[in-house]
Design a protein around this ligand. Sequence first.
Ligand code: NAP
Length: 570
Amino acid sequence: MPQLTLLTRISMFEFSTQKRDEFGLMNETPKQNALGDHYRVVIIGAGVGGLYLIKRLTDLGIDVVLLEGEGGVGGTWYRNRYPGARFDSESYTYGFSFSKSLLNEWHWQERYSPQPENLRYFNYVVEKFQLAEHIHFNCWLTHAHWQEAERHWWLALGDGRQLKADFVISAIGLLSVPTKPRYEGVDRFKGDSFHTFEWPDEPVSLEGKRVGVVGTGATGIQVIGEIAPIVDSLHVFQRRPNWAAPLNNSAISGAEMDDIRARYEEIFEFCSKTPGGFAHEPDRRGFWNFTREERVAFWDELYDQPGFSIWLANFREIFTDEIANAEFSDYIAGRIRARVFDPKIAEKLIPKDHGFGWQRVPMETNYYEAFNLPYVHLVDLNETPITKVTESGIETSDGLIALDLIVYATGFDAVTGAFNRIDIRGVGGRSLREKWADGPETYLGTLVSGFPNFMMVAGPQSASSLSNFPRAIEIGGDWIADLISHVMGTGCSRVEATKEAEAEWTAHVAEMYEALLMRKGKGWFTGYNSNLDGHTGERIHYFVYNGGAPKFHETLRSVASENYRGLTMS
Ligand code: NAP
């Protein structure tokens, strides 16, 4: 891969900063009507899932409101404003597919669109379909209690307001509860410090700053590649390196966008057949049917291709066969060695405790080249652990590193975290938090036994959590909307998953982990997070359905066609 000059990199940063300014729309809170006291459906969260559901349910003429805790729509794309935040799905596969006019009107500027453009897109959707009148902002749900006698949910908000809902749909996101390290003194630092999820709305000046970034997951890797050219010094505090590969982003010209528009149907059809709903499908020709040289030639091609090709268009065996995976990991290690000038630093950047793709693969832009800059320092926390954060910087066993700004790219209380911070109580006052103390149990990642009329879009154990989000959201969202109208249409007022169906699905989800090397990874897919009790990686939390999106969607369809097998309605 060609090395970018410092100048090119700076102008890339200016380009994205300039774009942020253009999008004045993104911080506006639309006008609101007064919040009522009883709705047929209440949706929680105005991210991709919540927006899709509010559109579907209002189209069906259902009395529905969407409650959003933040001051604007977009969920992940509203909050993650850190430099370098962008899609790693192809932009044109991430947009909603339900409206031809929306597809025709929107021009994705880059193959992997940056956060400001993404946020502008979701605001555009809200404006185009006049969704704002159904959304209430700054509404943090704190309690949701099922009232069996009345057959509705009682909901309470952080500001004391209360309301009722016949049905509640959770669209609260998988990665919406950030976790910071529990180092002594984290709150003592006198300079600016924040988790990437809480990156401030106002511009953060990085020029001339001594910056520390803790964490080298997908987020840290995006931040580091983006800010390295403009800071005065950068210390990267790395505990475990991740396997990363080039994003190979590029602009989308008007002509290319016209071509994409003409092929949208074909593109979405293709995505619907791939395991992750992405525009990449695994190569089924067989790893062992090729010589090592042929495999390397294939990987050389993939390495230069955009996006997840290197991971998701690779031989299937990479995901399942430890020997095949080791050979490919070794190939990527060679690429890292070729890009990082200092061989000792290169070795530290190469994971030794897991293979490529055992954890979610970060896509990078100039990440490895950043370490060739003389003022970028890799602090290996295995050699020199952090002892504390002080007023002036981060202290390791090797001494104090003075800093002006600390960025925590330290991950999330993934998947169940957002549920756990709401007091959700089902039949008999049973707490969802307690029910899920040893890991989530769901039916189809969508319903929970003991919690009637409660549905989750992209919930734990659904395929949505592992796939190109909007592709799965539209299918899962349609399923939920159809179920609600079916229940209403049959004159029923209560729907619940049976214990048996839930147990069967939960066991099936666990079983699907067995086939994949991913089960050995210490990432959020398996519920690992060192900053949370009980998430040490010794025990898998079965957070995602990894049998593939097509199989998941086929199951949803068959359940519906068999008169909603596994559900009771009354
Ligand atoms: P993450 O993958 O959980 O990574 C967290 C990083 O912080 C890891 O390197 C971890 O090290 C480190 N860390 C955590 N606690 C630490 C501590 N106390 N001391 C030192 N290091 C610590 O989180 P993330 O990078 O935010 O990514 C989460 C997910 O968000 C991704 O997997 C992806 O699904 C999504 N994401 C998507 C995009 C996109 O392009 N669309 C971009 C960013 C993120 P250990 O590994 O040693 O724990």
